[in-house]
Design a protein. Structure first.
Length: 312
């Protein structure tokens, strides 16, 4: 069965991010299967979109889906932070980040993203990445594994889980996703095994983030996106957990404030001016209906900011 990723907060994104000008440009920094991009291209006949994704297999799926739009759509197989850092083309009026992982990765990729399947333990979006999740759990020190799971998963039992992983690997390598999930499940207290979420959820999130360097890419990319926008252009960021959302919130606040003086300074001396206006004073969350129809959307948050025309 082929799964199609449902774009989260679709109506809200279309409402908040409205392209303007003649033949406007949008950069979709997390193209995936093209859910959001497809909606924009259908709604705005003059819009052009550059879609970015580091996973070459999902890029091909998106290209097939976007074929009807011809040269209004272009896909680039790259990390969004690297693309934006070197981008010297036309200024976009919209930049969108959807930081979630596609249903495709859980259901079709076969790379071990799902703890409910028996798949090769990989989780790399970039096949050329220096290490996989299997490399982490089989070769990293117990302390380093614990730090990864705690830092990127906020997992309270990170040390117990890391110890169990290192004990298990003495007998045989850990190579399958369900195998790792079982090790984690057995390592935590019984009361934790039957909670609201699977006991391996946070650990799998942490390992995926570590392998793909996800968090370190976000702030530089969003910051650069703001710089690239045309005045009155908007950036939208959809996040799914606090580790993604928190740094975006602080970046937007800093950009909206403009002042970079230290907090203890009695008055502003830097001369900094706001470069954005925050549109979403509180992040936009999905409706109850969307959460019922598309459960992965339940933790989504959308933040939107508009670039100001800063004068000297």
């Amino acid at each position: 069965m082929e799964y199609v990723h449902q774009p989260v907060l679709a109506n809200e994104v279309l409402e908040q991010l409205v392209p303007f000008g003649a033949h406007p440009l949008m950069i979709d920094c997390t193209l995936g299967e093209g859910g959001h991009t497809s909606l924009f291209l259908k709604k705005y006949p003059d819009l052009r979109v550059i879609g970015l994704d580091r996973d070459h297999t999902i890029i091909e799926k998106a290209k097939h889906r976007m074929a009807e739009f011809g040269d209004r759509f272009a896909a680039v197989n790259t990390w969004f932070d690297e693309f934006l850092a070197s981008y010297a083309g036309e200024a976009p009026s919209i930049v969108l980040f959807d930081l979630g992982i596609s249903v495709y990765h859980y259901e079709e990729s076969g790379r071990g993203f799902s703890f409910g399947r028996s798949e090769e333990l990989d989780m790399r979006l970039d096949p050329d990445a220096p290490f996989s999740v299997a490399d982490i759990v089989n070769t990293f020190t117990e302390q380093r594994i614990a730090d990864i799971i705690y830092t990127f998963g906020e997992e309270r039992y990170s040390r117990r889980i890391a110890a169990a992983i290192c004990t298990y690997r003495k007998t045989q390598p850990i190579t399958r996703s369900d195998e790792l999930a079982g090790i984690i499940r057995q390592s935590v207290p019984s009361s934790y095994r039957y909670g609201r979420i699977h006991p391996a959820t946070r650990s799998f999130q942490a390992l995926r983030i570590a392998v793909n360097g996800e968090l370190e890419r976000i702030v530089p990319a969003v910051d650069k996106a703001i710089e690239l926008l045309v005045p009155q252009g908007r950036v939208g960021v959809i996040s799914f957990h606090s580790l993604e959302d928190r740094p975006v919130k602080y970046l937007l606040r800093k950009r909206a404030d403009g002042c970079v003086c230290p907090p203890q300074a009695p008055r502003c001396t830097c001369g900094g001016k706001p470069s954005i206006k925050i549109i979403t004073k509180k992040p936009i969350a999905p409706t109850d209906d969307e959460c019922r129809q598309n459960p992965p959307s339940r933790s989504a948050k959308l933040r939107v900011a508009e670039k100001l025309e800063v004068t000297a």
